[in-house]
Design a protein around this ligand. Structure first.
Ligand SMILES: [Zn+2]
Length: 227
């Protein structure tokens, strides 16, 4: 049991921004994960004050932890705006402990908020790559895409409306022309049909009567003759 409990609940692994610290065991909310440690720098000493690296953890106006030492595993922990851990600072003891503020599942990356000063100096210029900011960016991109599509649809609708209006106008003109022609054609047709029909019918009657008149007489004559 001591062997297991002494085993660290984390490992160094690949994260989206390089290396990061990942839980290998469930870590309970409030549990101490790892200590952020390194030589103490005194800002009153010129030599200390000249040291510059991105692992400096300022405890107060005077004391800063230089966390750039290799043994300081906590330096692998990346910043997050919505973290699952926090840096528990005891300025009086000059001690920093990274503590879980949520239950952390194995495989989850461990993060804490580096603070406003660090964020402004290092993260804002390049854009924070934490999960929350990535999510925000993704949402913004999706919103921008949706807005673009909405505007495009609006423009298309407008164009369609204009085209329909133009088509309707053109159709009205064409319709007027067509209607005039077709009315005339219909009238002509009617007239023609009427005339033709009537004339044909009367001709037929005339022919029929003509034919029937002749054979009648012939038949009469024939019948006379045969009789
Ligand atoms: Zn962020």
């Amino acid at each position: 049991m001591p062997a297991i409990s002494s085993k660290k609940p984390y490992r160094i692994g690949r994260s989206r921004t390089g290396l990061g610290l990942f839980a290998t065991k469930p870590i309970k909310k409030g549990a101490k994960i790892v200590r952020y440690f390194g030589p103490l720098l005194d800002s009153r000493k010129k030599k200390d004050d000249a040291i510059e690296n991105k692992y400096l953890f300022e405890l107060n106006g005077r004391w800063t932890i230089d966390g750039s030492v290799r043994e300081n595993i906590a330096r692998y922990i990346n910043h997050a705006c919505k973290p699952n851990a926090e840096s528990d600072v005891s300025a009086r003891k000059r001690k920093v402990v990274i503590r879980a503020i949520k239950n952390i599942e194995p495989g989850e990356e461990i993060n804490y908020d580096y603070g406003t000063d660090y964020f402004k100096a290092y993260l804002k210029p390049i854009g924070c790559k934490c999960a929350a900011c990535e999510k925000k960016r993704k949402k913004k991109r999706a919103e921008a895409r949706a807005e673009k599509l909405r505007l495009k649809a609006k423009a298309e609708k407008k164009a369609l409306k204009t085209a329909k209006k133009q088509a309707a106008k053109a159709g009205e003109k064409l319709g007027q022309k067509l209607n005039g022609k077709s009315d005339g054609a219909k009238a002509n047709g009617k007239l023609l049909n009427g005339h033709g029909g009537k004339s044909t019918a009367s001709k037929m009657i005339a022919v029929k009567s003509g034919i029937s008149a002749k054979p009648k007489g012939e038949r009469d004559r024939e019948s006379h003759a045969s009789a």
